[in-house]
Design a protein. Sequence first.
Length: 249
Amino acid sequence: MRAELIAAARADGRLTGVALTGSASTGREDRWSDIDLALGVSGASQIEPVVADWTSRMRAEHGAVHHLDVRRDAWLYRVFLLSNSLQVDLAFAPEAEFGPRGPTFRLLSGNAKELPNAQAQTAEELIGFAWLYALHVRSAAARGKLWQAEYMVSAARDYVLAAACRRHGVPTGEGRGIDQLPDSVTRPLRGALVTRLDPDEIVRAFGVVVERLLDEARCSDPRLATRLEPTMRDLLDSTRAAVTARSSM
């Protein structure tokens, strides 16, 4: 299927470049990988009709049952779900913006621009998102919104893991690098998994998240960890107190 799509893209006179992206572009593809292609379009005004035509092609020839659009700057990523559950990602960009946005880009035909690489989130930003989600664990738990509280615990944990991924030089996004982290990092965070939708269990898991967040901050910025620690411990204590107070009502 990928070969057919590449051949069709090369034959489409409205396209100025065709690139292989995703795991296949770096030789890391396996049987669970998606099909990922990037297509440069001659002129921004052509993108809408080009996308419409390629959507029709995916439905008529390849059994697409639905699609999802993700936009990043001038790029449109149309993600197709095929009837056999294969995912096909087709990225469309105007010619002036078509080029590598990261390491997974291999030009197959046409031309590509030299673009600045997207800046990865810093350790400080990742730690910041971790404490931001942690704040909302308390309010959700205090209001008795256990599903929301579980969501916030998990989000805070995931940002702690992302910060660890950055520190160890593996991908930070969408959990791609977590399985490459050493066991010494991931094993302590197993306790941050909420195992049942219960206030005491959420507080227990949240306590693990707070400890691991502070540990990760110490690894990347000890002075930041020193500033955060009193506040994060107070947050955990007040969350525990709020849950206790609610249960006694």
